[in-house]
Design a protein around this ligand. Structure first.
Ligand code: FAD
Ligand code: SF4
Length: 509
């Protein structure tokens, strides 16, 4: 019998992958390939490239130890065709294979590319999610609006997480109101678990240093885990040191601590080293054992069981082209400060430099600092999307695009959120300590030193009045704006325009 090829992509590093489950180690050959087309599809952060390539190399070894034959192509290997489809064809010729078993890629771009390969490709569902794609489609069918909260409740009922019979534990579905506290610097807060690179990871670090030095981002000291054991240790570190405070400080930001009580496990979940089910199981077990309060366990499980599954469903449902939407017609180029050019805005400076250093920023930093600013300034959402996809270690289009195009930039016209996530400087001042070290004054609404978020917030609302004023959730904001003296409003708009002109001219604003 001719062998079949079993394709395992860089974000499919799970032993239970559907393509592996459907294959036969005695007959079939696993194909894994490090290719330039993927490594350079956007200028990925060097830490992300190391994470994926090192984890792929180790996963290939793991499969070999389990008895699989693995045809692995390294990035610099002679004959590397540079693309996944090219590697499949090369291997098919080499092994005399005509059939491919594949688990559906997360990204539409690759799904389409595989559909065009002149081989018989059996595409199996990616069942590493808690909500099968067909279930999401059933839930969405016939609904006018697809709100995460409704989806989340259904997922709680379906999976039984944090349920007591038919009712949610604690009598509430959502404890978010307890989860909006600012944080204080705390020397006793445990830092992230750092994983020393082993020989495999070090070889990839050397390769990436040599080949991707032009990409934005600091590579060393590299501290991500690159195998399942390390990812599990990171999960346990979070459960032991951070889960109990996860909820309370979830939205807080500190200049001196970019990690606070976050889990730092999204890269491992997204490449398959951890599964969402095992993560939710462990978090629920901590709560049931009395080691974590309900607001923390619920807040965390909502992110994984709710948000993560929901954004995947939205991406799948919309099909290719989701990331090309631009409902607000924004066209400004991405300001150079996103790539590290100097800025006087302390919040942006802190989040961008943390991103450059660690390929990590937590949700509120992404949403309410870099995302908020890009939306207020009217930056082209395609450019914002390309930036988020490049700079974070956990960025894969199925999860990044709905968060950026939908949640953060409102470029999908409100599929994901009922109103845009925009705020003036007051929100950042309340949830962080950034403003204390800023050249701008967050309390000033106009004038030389006024916080740019204060100016741009009203500029944004004013220029999109026709779209947002009819939204009942925003009507009161417009009433407040209209109550201000006309001269004050004119001053805000003129000064916002002046700020945008300086930004456009490349000044260090
Ligand atoms: P924690 O805060 O500890 O949360 C726990 C887990 O919940 C995360 O590991 C993650 O798997 C899941 N989660 C939380 N929020 C979300 C969400 N909104 N969508 C999906 N999963 C979520 N997340 C990615 O995994 N990849 C991305 O490319 C990505 N891009 C984003 C872009 C923007 C503009 C925004 C606003 C958010 C983005 N997120 C993305 C969601 C979120 O910021 C990250 O999942 C989170 O910061 C990862 O860090 P953590 O593991 O410490 O998360
Ligand atoms: Fe950011 Fe404005 Fe605060 Fe400065 S004053 S840190 S620009 S929110």
């Amino acid at each position: 019998m001719r062998p079949r090829l079993v394709l395992v992509l860089g974000d499919q590093l799970s032993e239970g992958l559907s393509a592996l489950e459907a294959a036969d180690p005695a007959r079939d050959i696993v194909v894994m390939a490090e290719v330039m087309a993927e490594a350079r599809s956007v200028p990925h952060h060097p830490r992300k490239i190391v994470l994926v390539l090192a984890a792929m190399r180790k996963f290939a070894e793991r499969l070999r130890a389990l008895g699989w034959r693995v045809a692995y192509t390294q990035l610099d290997e002679d004959g590397n065709s540079g693309a996944i489809t090219g590697e499949l064809l090369r291997r098919a010729e080499g092994f005399g294979a005509a059939e491919v078993l594949a688990t559906r890629p997360g990204e539409w771009r690759l799904t389409q590319a595989l559909a065009g390969v002149p081989l018989v490709v059996t595409m199996l569902p990616d069942d590493r999610f808690l909500c099968p794609a067909t279930d999401f489609a059933d839930w969405a069918a016939g609904r006018k609006v697809l709100r995460m909260e409704h989806f989340y409740r259904r997922m709680r009922q379906r999976t039984g997480y944090l349920m007591e019979g038919d009712t949610p534990a604690g009598g509430q579905w959502n404890f978010d109101h307890e989860n909006r506290k600012p944080a204080k610097a705390d020397l006793l807060r445990a830092p992230p678990l750092r994983h020393e690179p082993d020989a495999v990871t070090q070889a990839v670090i050397d390769l990436v240093q040599a080949r991707f030095a032009d990409h934005f981002g600091t590579l060393t000291p590299f501290w991500f885990a690159t195998d399942r054991e390390g990812a599990l240790r990171s999960l346990e570190h979070f459960l032991t040191h951070h889960l109990r405070d996860f909820g309370t400080c979830q939205d807080a930001m500190l200049a001196g601590d970019g990690f606070l009580h976050h889990a730092l496990i999204s890269p491992y979940l997204n490449i398959g080293l951890l599964s969402p089910a095992e993560v939710c199981d462990r978090v629920e077990a901590e709560w049931r054992a009395g080691r974590a309060p309900l607001n923390a366990a619920e807040g965390f499980i909502r992110q994984v069981l709710g948000w993560r599954e929901y954004v995947r469903g939205i991406y799948d449902l919309h099909g290719p082209g989701y990331a090309e939407q631009n409902a607000l017609g924004h066209t400004r180029a991405l300001p150079a400060l996103y790539w590290g050019a100097p800025t006087r805005m302390a919040c942006l400076q802190a989040v961008v430099s943390q991103t450059r250093e660690h390929a990590y920023a937590h949700h509120i930093q992404r949403l309410m600092v870099t995302g908020n600013f890009a939306l207020l300034a009217g930056v082209d959402p395609g450019a914002v999307h390309a930036w988020y996809l490049a700079v974070y270690a956990d960025a894969f289009e199925w999860v990044e695009a709905p968060n950026t195009i939908g949640m953060s930039q409102f470029a999908d016209g409100g599929v994901l959120g009922s109103k845009p996530y925009v705020s003036s400087g007051a929100y950042i001042a309340r949830m962080s300590d950034y403003c204390r070290g800023c050249a701008y004054d967050v309390t000033a609404k106009t004038g030389e030193g006024a916080c740019p978020f204060n100016l741009l917030y009203w500029h944004f609302l004013d220029r999109h009045r026709a779209r947002f004023q009819p939204n009942p959730r925003m009507a009161v904001i417009y009433r407040n704006w209209d109550r201000l003296a006309p001269e004050h409003r004119a001053q805000v708009l003129t000064q916002a325009g002046g700020f945008l002109a300086r930004l456009e001219a490349g000044e260090a604003v």
